[in-house]
Design a protein around this ligand. Structure first.
Ligand SMILES: [Mn+2]
Length: 453
């Protein structure tokens, strides 16, 4: 079944590839629209690299989310081909009405009639074929499939960075992600080795590097430099020097102790050997793109993806450090504040500007570290003028019990003329501030129904 689904998805992507090739051949500038997160930037990067390689031209716009109004405005643009990455599956009807060809390379839930065919639109989305858009493939992977027919195996590393960005690789890598990984490994584009997954291991003193490690989250350590110092001291380990400077016995003891917290800390690490050191580790690459997006420096992220290795990369690295520091502050904040408990969900609320773009991530990490109640989804609310922006995050355990946040937030937002949707595990919505209490109550109710079914 899965094999068959993948086969259909690949066929659809090949159709999209032919259309793309045709337009490049006719020297049409390809209009690419993509999302501002790590996956969206990787997806746009994959697309643009592939277009360049064929001698084609592109015009990219990166947006935080696709609004109907934005699609309507595209009608006034005279491009012959539009490519939507990491978005578009919510508006196939609208996109199908553009007076040009379009490709949607998305992995979000599809809204509207799934079987409907459009004359000038090729919709590439794993959900159309019964695949899982939260684990099997992300937008960067769907984009890779779309350009795969033009021989782009060197882009598998970048495509995998997008999948990491959407947290599709924190458990076993499966589906199209696995297929891409294998293609990259076979071609020597990607390398695999086993290692301690300590972030900034080479750059920072051990206690800091450990406290900056969130993938996987380490209870008592992630986001807690002081706690980490104590942890290392208690075990007689040096904490102020870099990991590489530890004695071999110290390294072994550290590994043993960290594995007790989570075995995931010693795992496969994938790298792009031909990349510059800062981007070689695929997770680091993903983190830098994510930080560009969170800083609203989409151009910087995209420049990195399409090969700028000087100023843009330096900026990206700075953003990643700033982001990491804010994350530590954010974790501290939820530790102190905790969450508001409803029957089936919990929520956190902020008006703090620096914290807003982190709310979703803080929620996921808070769940993992069990600083937040691990038995309830988290609804993270940021107030912006008279609206609230909501990020919902939940765990695999709760999904197995029936929770689907994309549906819950989408349905609840509709009641207040808001918009919402996303994945079962991570979703978002925007509603008026005045409806906040009613909104959280409705989400609470919907999630309650989902769990009881
Ligand atoms: Mn995505």
């Amino acid at each position: 079944m899965t094999q068959e689904a993948q086969h259909y998805l690949l066929n659809r992507a090949e159709e999209a590839c032919s259309i793309l090739k045709e337009h490049i051949k006719k020297d049409h500038v390809v209009r690419v629209i993509s999302h501002n997160d790590s996956d969206g930037l990787s997806a746009a990067g994959v697309m643009c690299n592939a277009i360049s390689k064929q001698g084609g031209k592109f015009h990219v716009t990166i947006v935080p989310r696709l609004k109907e109004e934005f699609v309507r405005k595209l009608r006034n643009e005279r491009y012959k081909l539009f490519v939507f990455c990491d978005m578009g599956s919510a508006y196939p009807d609208l996109i199908g009405k553009l007076k040009a060809d379009s490709i949607i390379a998305d992995h979000h839930q599809v809204l509207g009639d799934q079987d409907k065919e459009y004359e000038n639109l090729i919709h590439v989305n794993p959900h159309l074929f019964g695949m899982d858009g939260t684990r099997d493939v992300s937008a960067s992977g769907v984009s890779y499939l779309t350009v795969r027919g033009m021989d782009n195996v060197e882009l598998t590393g970048l495509a995998l960075a997008g999948a990491y960005g959407d947290m599709q690789c924190s458990e076993e890598i499966i589906g199209v992600n696995k297929m891409m990984l294998d293609e990259g490994l076979n071609a020597g584009v990607i390398e695999e080795h086993e290692d301690l997954k300590i972030t900034y291991k080479k750059e920072e003193p051990l206690y800091k590097a450990l406290s900056y490690t969130f993938n996987p989250a380490l209870k008592g350590i992630s986001g807690d430099p002081e706690g980490t110092k104590a942890f290392l001291e208690e075990r007689g380990l040096s904490y102020g020097i870099k990991f590489d400077d530890l004695a071999e016995e110290e390294k072994d003891l550290l590994k043993e102790e960290l594995i007790k917290i989570t075995p995931k800390i010693f795992d496969k690490v994938y790298s792009i050997p031909r990349e510059t050191p800062a981007l070689r580790n695929i997770e680091d690459y993903s983190r830098i793109l994510d930080a560009c997006g969170k800083n609203k420096k989409y151009g910087v992220g995209l420049s990195i993806c399409i090969g700028e290795r000087e100023n843009a990369l330096e900026e990206g690295i700075t953003f990643a450090k700033k982001y990491r520091d804010n994350l530590v502050k954010g974790i501290d904040w939820i530790k102190k504040e905790g969450s508001v408990q409803l029957d089936n969900i919990q929520y956190i609320y902020t008006e703090d500007k620096a914290r807003k773009s982190l709310m979703g991530t803080i929620s996921s990490i808070g769940l993992e570290l069990e600083i937040l109640n691990p038995n309830k989804p988290v609804i993270a609310i940021s107030k912006m003028d008279n609206i609230i922006k909501i990020s919902g995050r939940t765990s695999m355990d709760l999904i197995r019990k029936g929770v689907n946040l994309g549906y819950a937030l989408g349905e609840a937002a509709k009641s207040f003329n808001g918009a919402g949707g996303g994945h079962n595990i991570a979703a978002g919505a925007v509603v008026p501030f005045k409806d906040m209490d009613n909104f959280t109550d409705i989400v609470d109710e919907i999630v309650g129904t989902q769990i009881r079914q």
